[in-house]
Design a protein around this ligand. Structure first.
Ligand SMILES: [Zn+2]
Length: 126
């Protein structure tokens, strides 16, 4: 009966290189999750939502949290953006200069600005 065969642990079978590779993958995923969570944090804050709450949720539940956030986010901003605010009314220009509509009080003839007497009837305008 052969007793030399001893089952080895999976980690020992894989070797140190594999363990390190797994660690690197885990670290990479951690960085990706952190980036996604950070993006969610900024996006939520820009929408007036609790950024840190979504950051924790997305970081703890990377897939579920992100999907949940995207669903809730689209609910908050439904299809079709709200109409942009109406542009402010155009500021009225300065009122027309009184000299432009100067008319003679006596005969009603238009008087050229700057002249003191009406050219038609000779009465004093100003
Ligand atoms: Zn006149």
């Amino acid at each position: 009966m052969d007793v030399s065969f001893q089952p080895t642990a999976p980690l020992q079978l894989l070797g140190l290189e594999w363990a390190m590779a797994i660690c690197f993958v885990a670290l990479g995923l951690l960085v990706i999750f952190l980036l996604i969570a950070f993006w969610v944090y900024q996006d939520a804050e820009s929408r007036g939502m609790s950024g840190i709450l979504w950051f924790i949720l997305v970081f703890l539940l990377p897939v579920i949290g992100l999907i949940l956030y995207l669903i809730l986010r689209t609910e908050r901003q439904p299809m079709g953006y709200p109409p942009p605010p109406a542009p402010p009314p155009v500021a009225p220009g300065p009122p027309p200069a009184p000299v432009a509509s100067l008319t003679c009080r006596q005969c009603g003839a238009s008087v050229a600005p700057g002249t003191a007497f009406c050219a038609q009837c000779g009465s004093k305008v100003v």
